[in-house]
Design a protein around this ligand. Structure first.
Ligand code: GLU
Length: 337
């Protein structure tokens, strides 16, 4: 697969879809009526029935599997974490965060079920947001002491490497390749990559997507797996999973492929879509933390241990992720030290 040199077509992300179309048409009408043809007027093409693609949408031609990111060959179990520290623990990173008085958390602000703005309160809610709040509860005795920074999937690692956030809680799979650049907590959710298609589309799995177009995001394990398992699919990458739902609804792609947990959130937003096919891969989610921030990793593992044991994890699962089926119980941690 190869990236096309230019984005396919983009629109101003600050405008809503219908507004964008209306503004575009009005601009063309004005140009045609008032100004007439001139050096700056554009010749209209087509019948304007095509909805625009999201900003930064980029097409990749089917051209064989993408190269996989490099990983340490000795990385046997990337999910084996560091033993936990209790809530009273101190350390250089923990002290700095406590002195600041709030935890800076990177996440998606438009991911249904995981982290999205509650339309009534305007507050960021969801499974990932609540996991972050439990860490803040243990740090400050107050789950509200959080400053959220909105991050796309592709920005997660660099935000950690550049210390723009204390942690990333965004459906982030723990992998050997990522461990080269960032650290992770123990596993807090086990997801599986699957496919979302329109109901009755005839698409049953990734196998049916040869010579079809699939929406995904750059810098994700989802893109790696599609490219390895179905190299004959062409890919459209967009900035967010919500954008993938829009292009599926506009029939600009045949399917979306990523983790079942994320797809369940999209399916809940559009009942004409359905998750299809078997699991393509296991996606163990961890909280991403800058490499070297060992006291914070151990502290977060302490919080995860607490919420596994005191019933909080099950409560949060039942509150947000019931669409995935009955609670499987919290994933048990494994440790390497
Ligand atoms: N779990 C996948 C990953 O970490 C996709 C999740 C996402 O993009 O939010 O790459």
């Amino acid at each position: 697969m190869r990236f096309a040199r230019h984005p396919v077509r983009s629109a101003d992300p600050r405008r809503s879809w219908p507004l964008r179309v209306a503004v575009g048409c009005a601009t063309l009408l004005l140009a045609g009526c008032a100004a007439g043809p001139g050096p700056h007027s554009e010749t209209p093409h087509g019948d304007y029935s095509q909805p625009p693609l999201p900003a930064q949408a980029t097409a990749m031609e089917a051209d064989g599997p993408l190269p996989l990111p490099a990983a340490d060959p000795n990385c046997a179990d990337p999910t084996a974490g560091l033993r936990p520290l209790g809530p009273g623990a101190t350390g250089p990173v923990l002290d700095k965060i406590r002195a600041r008085g709030r935890l800076v958390v990177g996440l998606d602000t438009g991911s249904n079920l995981f982290s999205f703005r509650d339309p009534e309160s305007g507050v960021i809610v969801g499974f990932d947001a609540d996991i972050a709040r439990e860490v803040a509860r243990d740090l400050f005795g107050d789950p509200d002491r959080i400053e959220y920074r909105s991050l796309g999937s592709e920005e997660r690692e660099v935000a950690l490497v550049e210390h723009r956030v204390d942690m990333v809680v965004k459906t982030m799979t723990i992998t050997c390749a990522r461990l080269e650049r960032v650290a992770f907590s123990t596993v807090y959710l086990k997801a599986h990559q699957r496919v979302l298609a329109m109901q009755n589309s005839g698409i049953q799995s990734l196998k049916d997507l040869a010579n079809k177009r699939v929406c995904t995001i750059r810098g994700t394990t989802s893109l790696e797996h599609i490219s390895q398992i179905q190299p004959d699919a062409s890919i459209l990458t967009v900035p967010t999973w919500a954008d993938c739902l829009v292009v599926l609804q506009q029939r600009q792609v045949d399917a979306v492929s990523t983790d079942d947990a994320i797809l369940a959130g999209l399916a809940e937003q559009d009942p004409y879509t359905a998750l299809v096919g078997p699991s393509i891969s296991e996606e163990p989610y961890g909280i991403g933390i800058p490499k070297g921030d060992e006291d914070l990793v151990r502290f977060v593992n302490g919080t995860l241990d607490r919420i596994r044991a005191d019933g909080t994890w099950n409560r949060l699962y039942n509150q947000w992720l019931a669409a995935l089926g009955p609670s499987p119980g919290p994933p048990p941690p494994t440790y390497r030290d």
